[in-house]
Design a protein around this ligand. Structure first.
Ligand SMILES: Nc1nc2c(c(=O)[nH]1)N[C@H]1C(S)=C(S)[C@@H](COP(=O)(O)OP(=O)(O)OC[C@H]3O[C@@H](n4cnc5c(=O)[nH]c(N)nc54)[C@H](O)[C@@H]3O)O[C@H]1N2
Ligand SMILES: Nc1nc2c(c(=O)[nH]1)N[C@H]1C(S)=C(S)[C@@H](COP(=O)(O)OP(=O)(O)OC[C@H]3O[C@@H](n4cnc5c(=O)[nH]c(N)nc54)[C@H](O)[C@@H]3O)O[C@H]1N2
Ligand code: SF4
Ligand SMILES: [Mo]
Length: 730
């Protein structure tokens, strides 16, 4: 810790969290001032590499628009009037209101929302479990954790790709070259050494350009391709016979089930030629070991999501690529340190309150009910549960509906931390109506900026960033963590999310559960089992901890499922009332499923990441904005030609939900029926508009949150493969 008057320069080992890659940084500080930040060559994962986002740290850290003090709304919601108040006043008033709502409507009337992995979110869940509300919503269910839970049902834990030892890497609905830059270097290195790469993407991406095979798939039909791969692998007897016989159940049922999914059928559905489907299936089954990388695209298909994720799990297993060196491994939870699950106090939330989780009656797997089913197995097999904050959520569209309608019960307060729902949740109109509803008595937003969501808040609170807190890198699927220091203490009155939950807890009878005054103290508790009594000592001496890993753990211990084997026919999914094997379903709004809508909206809308932005963030940062000043929609030039649109024109993009404008860029690597629109656009510089241009170019104005379109198993909602039309804007 620094003390006042401490002026010697020192180097702190921090980690960037402009995205969850958490690349290591060496930060030279004097007192509480930063002199320099550079890539940390001693960081075990990033080894000194940084992406362009990191270079904007200074502009971000010192930007005049940063929220630096707690603000309380003056005037009507969204009118833009603010009054600076103290933290003590903000926390006292918020705590008082929560108490009152709990007494009046029950603890479940208080909800929280969070986005992707950005901060120490076990603290959020700890607070909510103690407070008694099951209504924590996250975007994790459309971002990998649906797959984690399905894999738990099939083989007892979620997989991680062991790509350094693979001979073949499949990048499925993933653009590692843009999204996971530090990992991309490793993939390109592997390519140099002769490792083969297959990319499955409707668009010719950075990753596709470096691949041996690019399968240009019709958006949303990934499950058809995966099921056809299973069909080929079984019919041509390319599966791992010994593994299947010894370690799986349900193979014969699977064999019968996939008979319908021939390559010919899949060619018609996916628009990938039959020979390419067969050839790629053979390659995946024979060039071993092979791993399939996780990609977010198939999680964004609403009703069509879980069948793909389920089929992908089966592919990993029947080819014998499961839990082997170079395949997709089952690392299990961390055992020798405290995981997020260990800090959440999950047993404090009563069964009766868990059952009230909104949406959980319908979308069971990523809810408390699914978590309990999975935890019964993981406790037996691994000795730990998965983190509920990563896997068990209230269903956001259902919560937003409950705010608007008071049904099935009233939701009166929403605490938004590390999330920008107006930009990132589907169907912005619906989200906006909920956040501006008179039924919502309290809206708290903690962020770095006055985002459009924060503009609607009753209290807008200033968050401390990764530059001002100790980053503890870990995730629910893995048995390792990397510890990083806090480079400097928070400037102004910025605070960490942990501070927020703790301060609230202290005011709401949770004193005994918040013994740690800082994240360093909490993190010291996490690593006590490793023989370290100081977190900073660990950072300097060890930085990374990995629990011992064995490949092929199943040879000794079987799998963490009811039968102890890979359940190709999943009894766990069946017990929740879901199909035990995956079946193809068209995306919820597609030319085939919705031909009438398709007459009016003939094009298929997709999204994906682009540099240098991360979701809706960093549009304020000049250094980055100069690289991507305007929102872009990519269209095939022939399609544009037919619509009378030239490159550089502005175009309207319209769906059944709404209309936005973007600037046109041609892309010959895009199917003529497909349109790629950038996500996350708002315009912080638009001070003439309180909502900062929220409605102009935000792709989620076009997407859908209708529960009918959501995945029945997990509740995942659709962002991609929806129908739209494009016209020249005047
Ligand atoms: N149409 C469409 N929509 C999508 C997607 C898509 O591909 N297409 N992608 C989806 C996916 S995969 C995800 S994960 C979600 C992401 O959804 P979000 O996570 O909500 O996205 P962000 O824009 O990163 O918003 C995070 C907000 O938190 C703030 N913030 C960052 N770090 C912290 C912190 O440590 N503490 C606090 N209090 N605030 C912080 C940022 O300033 C920002 O305003 O979006 C989803 N939305
Ligand atoms: N630069 C940047 N990096 C990020 C983020 C960011 O916002 N910006 N967000 C982070 C987060 S939270 C996440 S979840 C990850 C996601 O990282 P990725 O998995 O790489 O996600 P995307 O780039 O959104 O989508 C991957 C690819 O899916 C393709 N695609 C679209 N529709 C379909 C389809 O129907 N089927 C198939 N097979 N492919 C389709 C798109 O063309 C795109 O190239 O990235 C993380 N890293
Ligand atoms: S990839 Fe870029 S933004 Fe993400 S952690 Fe690394 S340096 Fe930061
Ligand atoms: Mo995500």
């Amino acid at each position: 810790m620094q003390t006042a008057g401490d002026t010697a320069a020192r180097v702190r080992k921090g980690a960037c969290w402009f995205c969850y890659q958490n690349c290591g940084v060496e930060v030279t500080v004097r007192g509480n001032d930063i002199e320099r930040m550079e890539g940390d060559a001693s960081h075990p994962a990033s080894r000194g590499h940084l992406c362009p986002r990191n270079y904007a740290w200074n502009e971000f850290h010192t930007h005049p628009d940063r929220l630096n003090y707690p603000q309380k709304r003056e005037g009507r919601r969204g009118e833009g009037g603010w009054k600076r108040i103290s933290w003590a006043q903000a926390m006292d008033e918020i705590a008082q209101k929560l108490k009152e709502l709990k007494d009046r409507h029950g603890p479940e009337s208080v909800a929280t929302s969070g986005g992707t992995n950005r901060t120490d979110d076990w603290a959020r869940r700890r607070f909510f479990n103690l407070f008694g509300s099951p209504n924590t919503m996250r975007t994790h269910v459309i971002c990998g954790l649906n797959g984690f839970m399905i894999e738990c049902c099939v083989f007892g834990w979620g997989t991680s790709p062991d790509l350094f030892n693979s001979k073949l890497i499949v990048s499925w609905g993933h653009n590692v070259g843009i999204s996971y830059m530090p990992m991309a270097d490793k993939v390109w290195d592997a390519r140099e050494k002769g490792v083969k790469l297959i990319t499955i993407d409707p668009r010719f991406t950075e990753t596709a350009s470096k691949s041996d095979h690019w399968l240009q798939i019709r958006p949303g039909t990934d499950a058809a391709l995966a099921l056809a791969w299973i069909n080929v692998i079984i019919n041509e007897e390319l599966y791992d016979r010994e593994f299947v016989e010894k370690y799986t159940v349900g193979f014969d049922k699977l064999k019968d089930h996939v008979r319908q999914y021939t390559p010919k059928w899949a060619a018609d559905v996916t628009a990938i030629p039959e020979e390419k489907i067969e050839e790629s299936a053979r390659l995946y089954a024979t060039l071993k070991p092979a791993c399939i990388l996780w990609g977010v695209a198939p999680d964004h298909l609403g009703r069509a999501s879980s069948a793909f994720v389920h089929a992908r799990a089966i592919l990993r297993a029947i080819t014998g690529n499961l839990d082997v060196e170079g395949g997709n491994t089952l690392l299990g939870p961390g055992k020798s340190f405290l995981t997020d699950a260990d800090l959440e106090l999950n047993d404090r939330l009563s069964p009766a309150q868990r059952r009230k989780q909104l949406g959980s009656e319908r979308f069971k797997l990523n809810s408390w009910a699914g978590w309990e089913l999975v935890s019964e197995q993981t406790l037996r097999y691994w000795g730990k549960t998965p983190s509920s904050e990563w896997t068990a959520f209230a269903h956001p569209p259902t919560v937003l509906n409950a705010i608007k309608t008071g049904q099935p019960y009233p939701v009166k307060a929403l605490l938004v931390l590390a999330n920008n729902p107006l930009l990132c949740f589907p169907n912005t109109r619906n989200t906006y109506e909920a956040l501006t509803s008179e039924n919502l008595e309290l809206l708290v937003v903690m962020d770095y900026w006055l985002t459009p969501t924060a503009m609607l808040a009753d209290y807008a609170l200033p968050a401390a960033s990764w530059i001002e807190r100790p980053v503890f890198t870990s995730n629910v699927a893995t048995n390792w963590f990397i510890a990083n220091e806090r480079p400097v203490q928070p400037s102004y009155e910025r605070r960490t999310d942990f501070d927020f939950w703790r301060e609230l807890g202290l005011r709401l009878d949770q004193q005994e559960f918040w013994p740690w005054k800082s994240l360093e103290e909490a993190n010291t508790e996490r690593i006590k089992g490793l023989g370290f009594d100081s977190y900073e000592g660990f950072v300097h001496e060890r930085r990374i901890h990995i629990d011992p890993q064995e490949y092929r753990r199943y040879e000794k211990h079987g799998f963490g499922t009811p039968s102890g084997r890979v359940e190709l026919y999943s009894t766990m999914l069946e017990s929740l009332g879901y199909p035990p094997m995956p079946s193809y379903e068209e995306p919820p709004e597609s030319p085939r499923r919705s031909p009438t809508t398709a007459k009016q909206y003939p094009l298929i809308l997709i999204n994906g990441n682009f540099m240098p932005f991360h979701h809706s963030e960093l549009r304020q940062i000049r250094l980055l904005r100069d690289l991507a000043p305007e929102p872009i929609v990519e269209i095939n030039p022939d399609t544009a030609g037919r619509l009378g649109i030239r490159e550089g024109d502005w175009a309207n993009i319209e769906s059944r939900r709404g209309k936005i404008r973007m600037k046109v860029q041609f892309n010959v690597g895009l199917d003529q029926r497909v349109v790629f629109a950038q996500k996350g656009w708002w315009f912080p510089e638009r001070t003439d508009d309180n909502m900062r241009g929220l409605w102009d170019s935000n792709v989620n104005v076009l997407t859908d949150s209708d529960p009918e379109k959501c995945d029945p198993v997990t509740g995942a909602w659709p962002y991609r493969a929806l129908l739209c039309k494009v016209s020249k804007a005047t």
